[in-house]
Design a protein around this ligand. Structure first.
Ligand code: GLN
Length: 198
């Protein structure tokens, strides 16, 4: 393969088009991933926001669960946003859908309750220069506990963790693809560059 590796976006349900546009905006080649063959051709993968139960069902219907686990365990960068963060988790409070069990954290779906099921706020994200990131939360999950291998990158004022990293795995509770700030996409691409250089 010549040139920089492609970033894949799991394209079963949800916000995958917006992530592809965000990646293309910063000059990265992006491709939708729906099969294990397509997964094998990308260097990193985004699990977009959407509805985690639907994505989990489709993941099983398309026999993608084990290929996705193998991809992440091989050290390739994987970034879960919102529903994607739920799927990355080791454990989720509701027990369903069954997550991929990759990141050592406990996540609550719809972690902000009905009153505030959608909100936007500026948050400081470790590793991002240039001031707060405008974060859009839509029926977002919250990280309730993190294990020792997980580095917290951002929390709300009340301490709720909304962005975290564990080695090659990145999780954000909000939707960076819905704003024009591309700093998190750039951070993820830098994770891929570091992995390729290893
Ligand atoms: N509430 C959704 C779920 O549980 C996630 C919402 C989102 O991705 N915006 O799957």
């Amino acid at each position: 393969m010549s040139g920089a590796p492609t970033v894949g976006v799991l394209a079963l349900q949800g916000d995958f088009e917006e992530h592809i546009v965000a990646l293309e905006d910063i000059g990265v080649t992006a491709a939708p991933v729906r099969t294990a063959e397509q997964l094998a051709r990308v260097g990193a993968l985004i699990l977009p926001g959407g509805e985690s139960t639907s994505v989990a069902k489709l993941m099983d219907a398309f026999d993608l669960r084990e290929p996705l686990r193998g991809f992440a365990r091989s050290g390739k960068p994987v970034w879960g946003t919102c529903a994607g963060m739920i799927l990355l988790a080791e454990r989720i409070i509701e027990g369903r859908p069954e997550p991929l069990g990759l990141m050592d954290m406990l996540v609550r779906r719809n972690g902000f309750g009905r009153q505030v099921d959608s909100f936007e706020t500026g948050i400081d994200v470790d590793g991002l220069d240039g001031g707060p990131f405008h974060a859009v939360f839509i029926r977002a999950p919250a990280v309730v506990e993190t294990g020792p291998a997980v580095e917290v990158l951002a929390s709300l004022d009340d301490g709720t963790v909304v962005a975290a990293r564990q080695g090659n795995l990145l999780a954000t509770a909000f939707h960076p693809e819905l704003t024009t700030d591309r700093r998190l996409h750039a951070l993820f691409v830098a994770m891929l560059a570091a992995e390729v250089a290893r």
